[in-house]
Design a protein around this ligand. Structure first.
Ligand code: FPP
Length: 246
């Protein structure tokens, strides 16, 4: 089916509000071509750019979270880690004007404290420049772990309980939710993982409680606009009961 026809069909159906993507397979993409792993990440960054541009332009859904670097990824060779951070900084600096002009609001969720200074500065500047935008909210999970996020929320909540004096019974779901780094994002409706592995790898844990899971063998650098539409089409065929009966 032509991309335009598929797009029109999908826009006619119920679309998710928040989509998350675990962009896996960059290393294997490079290896299969005899290229350095970093070349896979470079092509991965281009794929991310392609998908963000498409979602923003077509107004497909309002929240997109991309998993770019996990708290466990530090165990990779130093040169690879530094290369990924360099690519991210380049992405944020080179695409800054386009992101601002296309109405994208950027949020970088994760522990910024260990990131290189230049990258931290690029994040701070672009978050500020896009903070009043009302189009696609693009969250990039960077030095992020679902467990880290929950623990941080618990710590912040305990501090708040002490200073504002509220008791344990007042800690309801909505209150706890607001302390997560995704406080301003809704829960996730659809989680896409490329690269053929069937796990959630410490991504947003709380937020994906009722997400539909979609796995594809396609390696992330090969993921196209059409692949995204196919994931959305699959989502539209799911029966969502949220634990109830339908
Ligand atoms: C997983 O592939 C990918 C990563 C750990 C890094 C993802 C980073 C980017 C795509 C950089 C740019 C991101 C943005 C938002 C511009 P892998 O190395 O685990 O692949 P493998 O499983 O085949 O080894």
């Amino acid at each position: 089916m032509q991309l335009d026809a598929l797009l029109a069909e999908i826009k006619d159906g119920v679309l998710p509000v928040h989509v998350g993507i675990i962009m896996d397979g960059n290393g294997r993409w490079a290896k299969s071509r005899g290229l350095p792993r970093l070349e896979g990440h470079r092509q991965g960054a281009l794929a991310a750019e392609r998908i963000v541009r498409f979602v923003a332009k077509e107004n497909l859904f309002p929240y997109l979270t991309l998993f770019a670097f996990s708290t466990e990824n530090w165990s990779r060779p130093k040169a690879e880690v530094e290369g990924i951070f360099r690519l991210l900084e380049e992405f944020l600096r080179e695409k800054a004007d386009e992101l601002v002009e296309s109405g994208v609001k950027l949020l970088v969720i994760g522990d910024h404290s260990r990131l290189p200074d230049g990258l931290r500065e690029a994040i701070r500047e672009l978050e500020e420049r896009t903070s009043r935008n009302r189009g696609l909210t693009l969250a990039i999970a960077l030095n992020f772990g679902g467990k880290w996020a929950i623990l941080r929320a618990v710590r912040d909540l305990l501090r708040a309980a002490r200073s504002v004096a509220f008791g344990p019974e007042e800690v309801r779901e909505e209150l706890f939710r607001a302390y997560l780094p995704t406080g301003e994002l809704p829960d996730m409706d659809l989680l896409i993982r490329t690269g053929g592995r069937l796990r959630v790898s410490n991504f947003l844990l709380w937020e994906l409680a009722y997400a539909e899971l979609y796995f594809t063998d396609t390696l992330w650098p090969d993921f196209t606009e059409e692949d995204l539409l196919l994931a959305l089409k699959d989502f539209q065929g799911r029966e969502r009961s949220f634990g109830g009966v339908r």
